[in-house]
Design a protein around this ligand. Structure first.
Ligand code: 5RP
Length: 252
């Protein structure tokens, strides 16, 4: 399972270069400026959010932040946060989160998102739903004209039971958008990728826009077998974009 998670993390950023990683770090550091001592903070997953977690750990160690409580969005982030001595809790104990910081795979002009190419969309959605403020951090390659516009995957977490049935129904649902549904597998083994919640992921690829995103998300959730989808509609409060021209802060 550990190697599956590593594979999925790599899949989310297939063409990461040093320059891109530097942009991710700039966006992450900017977002951490929103963190104040005493806050309950949602800790995102992925190569961009990793920089934010490291930075929070560093500020705690330096005493710039006196204390925070972190709520990690994946097992991987849980381990990373512990390694930099961030005190952790969970949603059951802290059902209201002050601020969540996380990356995204696509950001449209209305600040709607695709998330989950890194394999953690369910915990991310639960924690970001519970957050008073959700700060998204991306390099400019994540900006799209419309959701699905990158041509890359929009993930859906499904139960393993009869996943082919669920994949077929998902593909049918978006037939008009030329949808292709694929089970996510581990590149090394070819086995299904298993999420932290022991589910599978179906990646949807679209040839055209899927139109009304809220309606699309609701239709996906009505399918038996679906656990959650990677459309994050109207959830981001702030999007921080780092590009060659500098940092842009977009407010909802
Ligand atoms: C994980 C996610 C990530 O936030 C998303 O995949 C972006 O990852 P990265 O910062 O590595 O580009 O949704 O489930």
């Amino acid at each position: 399972i550990a190697s599956q998670k590593a594979a999925a993390q790599t899949m989310s950023s297939p063409s990461l270069t040093m320059a891109q990683d530097e942009l991710k770090k700039i966006a992450a550091y900017k977002a951490v400026e929103f963190v104040e001592s005493g806050m309950v903070v949602g800790l995102g997953t992925g190569s961009t959010a990793k920089h934010a977690v490291d930075r929070i750990g560093e500020l705690l160690q330096q005493g710039v932040l006196s204390t925070i409580v972190g709520i990690p969005t994946s097992m991987k982030t849980h381990e990373q946060a512990l390694s930099v001595n961030i005190p952790l809790s969970d949603l059951d104990t802290h059902p209201v989160i002050d601020l969540a910081i996380d990356g995204a795979d696509e950001v449209d002009p209305d600040l709607n998102l695709v998330k989950g190419r890194g394999g953690s969309l369910l915990r991310e959605k639960m924690i970001e739903f519970a957050s008073k403020k959700f700060v998204v951090i991306v390099d400019e390659s994540k900006l799209v004209d419309y959701i699905g516009g990158s041509g890359l995957a929009m993930p859906v977490e499904v139960v393993p039971f009869c996943w082919k049935f669920t994949a077929q129904r998902l593909q049918l649902l978006f037939e008009e958008a030329g949808c292709v549904a694929e089970l996510r597998t581990c590149p090394e083994t070819g086995d299904p990728f298993v999420t932290d919640n022991r589910n599978y992921t179906i990646d949807l690829f679209f040839k055209k826009s899927i139109g009304d995103l809220k309606a699309a998300g609701d239709a996906i959730l009505r399918l038996p077998g679906v656990v959650e989808h990677g459309l994050f509609v109207d959830m981001a409060t702030v999007v921080i974009v780092a590009g060659d021209g500098g940092v842009t802060v977009k407010n909802k």
